[in-house]
Write a protein that binds this ligand. Structure first.
Ligand code: ADP
Ligand code: MG
Length: 695
């Protein structure tokens, strides 16, 4: 019955023949040949000429045409960058690192030499680096030390159509920098011969290239005084699109079934599946692997590989490896594979129509950040389908109905209009800029700006006149969420940097430390008893990290470490990432002459107090009437529960602080610690009412 329904949903009207797979010679010559074949290669000379003649150009081109990998190399080879660097921004870490690795291969050099990258907590570049791929967030941070970005002669803002908050803040700043550097250049040139010399050294002026995969380029052009738009024609083969007849509430299940229908009924060719996020990817990957093992003999085998923003580096290269015959590759990706990363060999796309969207909600006295699974936009849906037709005609299976497609928004709202502005507001303040008066493509909502200022004043990063304080400057030194960097600054006073660095590192890792199997929660909890701290999740996380560090330093084998992690239901990747981050943060301390070894010993009070200063907005008090918690700093009557994964679950301490609220059927606090009610009164910025502190 299921099967029949299934066949009916995807009626196939015809099949295309498979094109011969591309030569994938690993050798340098092979790579050069590949470079010459890219659609953008034909436009090389024209592009170089336009960039020479114009300070800013907008470049639009089909995904896979070669923009990101080739343009920086063309400019380098044509010596347009002269003595300066070429910086290429990416919205996501994994794109920055994997593209850098590819371009290093194409240049025939080791990664980190002529071609390098910089992403948060991970950098590989040196004095000889000419082309640097970096996240837009990293370039924004570089402004702090180098307000004119003087080491760069060319900046390429890639994936501009995504309109991330960092991209928008950068665009506003780059417009100013370009103007200032130009003024300096002319000054120098008219002043003296020596000035001319200096102008060269300063890499003046700055060339800017805005690259986008979608045709919304006019807006960028208008923002840069109607600058020239160049188009690269890509290769796009026809893609046959199928919609489901009915909506699919369980899209994970529908994905697995669709994959196996393709696998059993369709010709060879790899399958690219678009899912919302890492958790979906891991779940679907597990199911596909399990069913693939049960396939009858003689069937093509299945090779699955994931692709998402925080994928560890050693797992990135496998998606680009050509598939051998008899194997069907199944790539499970987030919207990163829409335009940022082109994966060869894909002939089938399964589009769940979902993605994760960051949103910030304001209410009186506070705000909530959420990362929720949402419907994609029409423009995303088109990009996703397009990925099936890069090398030949392809198929796209949409797990939503045609009328659902028509109901989708045409594009996404720029991030600046829907996210928390706290971090950017502080960073801009440290640059002497005001988020409310910067020249943006789309100015932020005044209410969100006001809320960001308020929160920054509450944590003491800004003073009454919204000027940045010493605390604010110290917070900004660390590439952390403001709540965490504030805890860090407090830890300096409280003599517990050692402990807070550990906790902050765990919280900054991309995966949750504790594996939370909903069906096995009791077992997981028992297994973790050894590290459990009665105060809650923060110190429990710290104890876990320390236990793992001991295992690592004791020289236990890799498999022993893995077994230890499995046994204790902790995520090894999160732990090793945390150790990395901890090392980086200690490095920053050394640079800033702070003693990262300053420890509170066995005292936990200073640690909780430091965390509380940062998490002041995420504090809640227990209400017997509702058997739930209520936020202290807001007037909202929102009922909050302790998340079942917390070590405090099942208990009702009077006051709690937590890392984040999450929405499911209820509002849960995740990452919870209990604090003594009296501690609230220690907060300079927060004086609770009598009622709130009484026992
Ligand atoms: P665009 O930016 O226009 O979308 P890219 O420059 O990213 O195009 O990609 C050009 C080509 O390089 C694509 O065919 C892609 O498959 C290939 N490519 C990019 N990165 C890698 C990699 N890490 N390994 C193998 N091929 C890659
Ligand atoms: Mg690109």
């Amino acid at each position: 019955d299921e099967e029949e329904d299934y066949g009916e949903r995807f009626a196939v009207n015809g099949r295309a023949t498979l094109l011969g797979s591309e030569t994938k010679a690993q050798k340098f010559q092979g790579l050069q040949e590949q470079r010459r074949q890219l659609p953008i290669a034909k436009g090389r000379e024209a592009l170089i000429r336009e960039v020479r003649e114009n300070d800013t150009v907008v470049l639009v081109g089909e995904t896979g045409s070669g923009k990101t990998t080739q343009v920086p190399q063309y400019l380098l080879e044509a010596d347009i960058s002269s003595s300066g660097q070429i910086g290429v921004t990416q919205p996501r870490r994994v794109a920055a690192t994997s593209l850098a690795s590819r371009v290093a291969d194409e240049q025939g050099v080791a990664l980190g030499s002529r071609v390098g990258y910089a992403v948060r907590f991970n950098e590989r570049h040196g004095p000889g680096t000419k082309i640097k791929y970096l996240t837009d967030g990293m370039l924004f941070r570089e402004l702090l030390a180098d307000p004119l970005l003087s080491r760069y002669s060319v900046i390429i803002i890639d994936e501009a159509h995504e309109r991330t908050l960092n991209t928008d803040v950068l665009l506003a700043n780059l417009k100013r920098i370009q103007k200032e550097r130009k003024e300096r250049a002319t000054e120098n040139l008219t002043n003296s011969a020596k000035g001319k010399e200096r102008a060269r050294e300063d890499k003046l002026p700055l060339k800017l290239i805005i690259m986008s995969a979608t045709l919304d380029a006019e807006k960028f052009s208008r923002f840069f005084n109607n600058t020239k738009i160049l188009y690269v024609k890509g290769r796009q083969h026809p893609v046959e699109i199928f919609h489901t007849i009915r909506s699919q509430p369980d899209y994970a299940d529908a994905t697995v079934r669709t994959f196996f229908q393709i696998h059993l009924d369709y010709e060879p060719g790899d399958v690219l599946i678009f899912l919302a996020g890492q958790e979906d990817i891991e779940a679907v990957q597990e199911s596909i692997k399990t069913y693939a093992k049960q396939l009858p003999l003689g069937q093509m085998s299945v090779f699955t590989c994931p692709m998402y923003a925080n994928l560890p580096q050693n797992m990135q290269t496998q998606v680009f490896k050509p598939t051998s015959s008899g194997v069907r590759k199944c790539i499970l990706a987030t919207n990163i594979a829409e335009t940022s990363i082109t994966i060869p060999g894909v002939r089938y796309v399964i589009d769940t129509g979902k993605h994760k969207e960051k949103r910030h909600y304001e209410y009186t006295g506070g705000g909530l950040d959420s990362l929720m699974t949402k419907d994609i936009s029409k423009s995303s849906a088109m990009q996703r389908a397009g990925r099936a037709g890069r090398e030949g005609p392809g198929f796209c299976f949409r797990l939503y109905t045609e009328s659902d497609f028509r109901k989708m928004e045409s594009t996404y709202l720029p991030e600046i209009l829907r996210t928390n502005l706290m971090s950017s507001t502080l960073q801009l303040k440290c640059l002497g800029q005001d988020i409310s008066s910067l020249d943006f493509m789309d100015p932020p909502d005044p209410d969100s700006v006001r809320a960001a200022y308020l929160t920054l004043r509450i944590v003491g990063a800004l003073d009454k006149r919204n000027e940045v304080t010493q605390i604010g400057r110290m917070m900004n030194m660390f590439p952390l969420e403001p709540t965490l960097s504030r805890a860090f600054v407090a830890a300096q006073e409280n003599g517990c940097i050692y402990e807070i660095i550990g906790i902050v590192s765990v919280l900054s890792a991309s995966a949750n430390l504790f594996i939370d199997p909903p069906k096995n929660r009791e077992k997981a909890r028992e297994a973790r008893m050894a590290f459990q701290d009665n105060s809650g999740d923060h110190l429990t996380a710290l104890k876990t990290l320390r236990a793992y560090e001991e295992i690592v330093t004791s020289g236990k084998s890799k498999s022993a470490r893995r077994a230890w992690c499995e046994q204790h239901y902790v995520n090894e990747r999160a732990l090793s990432e945390a150790i990395d981050i901890q090392k980086q943060l200690r490095g920053i301390c050394e640079r800033e002459k702070l003693d990262w070894n300053a420890s509170a010993g066995n005292a936990i009070e200073p640690v909780l107090r430091s965390l509380l200063v940062g998490l002041v907005q995420n504090t809640a008090i227990y209400r017997e009437e509702t058997n739930a918690y209520r936020q202290i700093t807001s007037n909202s009557a929102m009922k909050i529960q302790i998340h079942p994964s917390s070590v405090l679950s099942g208990r009702t301490p009077r006051v709690i602080m937590y890392d984040e609220p999450i929405f499911t059927s209820k509002i849960y606090a995740r990452g919870v610690s209990t604090i003594p009610p009296a501690m609230l009164s220690m907060l300079p910025a927060f004086q609770p009412t009598k009622e709130q502190t009484k026992k």
